[in-house]
Design a protein around this ligand. Structure first.
Ligand code: SF4
Length: 323
């Protein structure tokens, strides 16, 4: 059984239009489907505002989808009873871009990491909880001296380690990592990615790893989804997409990684403009206003996400099925 199955997920927000009674909708997530196995990582990459965080928030029950299904170990999370939801909330944790913002500055590291253990009733004896906190801090590369200190006394990378220890404390199976290294220096990014990989092996964790930076996701993802204006435009094995991106948007993202130019580079010389507003998604292919290969059909007809090999899907009129 798959750990997580997301089927045709849609998230739409109602927003104020120009007129008093005018209703407008922002389609943050449009018909997204994917599956995640135990011990695996799916990378979700796209520019800011493409809907990545809305998708993440729906997985941790901070947003209710407009349509579609999220199944966890075969159970639809929206139909779970109270006890099942509580257990789901424990099983699926989130790590944020700004660990400082997600740690209570008034709590010591020990209190922060122990909070979930107490709330979930996983342990009750203070000495047992303290031992567990120290074990978790050691797992993330800190030591017992961190317990009595406060988040402000740590560097960004160390705070992210504390955030990871806090997530691990409730014994999750899936961690939604929302831009977890974007605020860190490149050398610290690599350390945190390596730590997440080690923890994945030690605890058989699954990750949904969200980032705007393909260079980061390359080192941790087994599968990859490239998202543009709420839609997945390319989905499949991470190594394959990064070495041979098929969708022009994936090619654009890869060409923008310093020192990682591909054969598609000549299409991407110079800026291709900004992502359009999700309130004003272009008709036809949503990427046509920035695509150097766009033709008349692209402006009229939305390309479907289709398999070009059994596990590699692309939404582009110009990409053909591979033999
Ligand atoms: Fe570009 Fe057309 Fe493909 Fe869209 S469908 S990515 S506009 S070539």
């Amino acid at each position: 059984m798959k750990l997580l199955e997301v089927q045709e997920l849609e998230i739409r927000y109602r927003v104020q239009g120009n007129g008093f009674r005018e209703r407008r909708y922002l389609q943050a997530v449009n018909q997204i489907s994917f599956e995640l196995d135990r011990g695996r990582t799916i990378g979700l990459v796209g520019e800011s505002g493409c809907g990545k965080s809305s998708l993440a928030r729906s997985l941790v029950l901070l947003e209710e989808p407009t349509n579609g299904e999220i199944r966890y170990q075969g159970r639809n999370i929206l139909n779970m009873n109270r006890a099942e939801r509580k257990d789901y909330r424990r099983s699926v944790q989130m790590i944020f871009q700004d660990p400082y913002g997600s740690l209570n500055p008034k709590l010591t590291v020990e209190a922060s990491v122990a909070e979930g253990i107490r709330l979930q009733g996983l342990m009750t004896k203070p000495d047992q909880i303290q031992k567990e906190v120290i074990r978790l801090l050691e797992k993330v590369g800190l030591d017992a001296s961190a317990t009595k200190r406060y988040p402000r006394q740590f560097s960004g990378g160390q705070r992210q380690r504390i955030g990871i220890a806090r997530a691990l404390a409730v014994r999750p199976e899936l961690i939604v990592c929302d831009e977890p290294v974007s605020a860190l220096d490149v050398s610290v990014q690599a350390q945190v990615i390596n730590l997440l990989r080690e923890l994945q092996t030690d605890f058989q964790l699954s990750y949904l790893f969200i980032t705007h930076d393909l260079a980061v996701v390359e080192n941790i993802s087994h599968e990859l989804m490239v998202m543009y204006l709420g839609q997945i435009v390319e989905q499949g094995p991470a190594k394959k997409i990064i070495s041979q991106p098929k969708h022009p948007y994936s090619q654009m993202l890869i060409a923008s990684i310093p020192g990682n130019r591909t054969e598609a580079d000549e299409n991407w010389s110079g800026s291709r403009g900004d992502i359009p507003s999700p309130l004003n998604v272009p008709p036809g292919c949503p990427f046509h206003s920035r695509c150097p290969l766009a033709e008349e059909r692209c402006r009229l007809e939305r390309p479907l996400l289709k398999p070009i090999t059994p596990r590699h899907l692309v939404a582009c009129h110009l990409v053909a099925t591979e033999d």
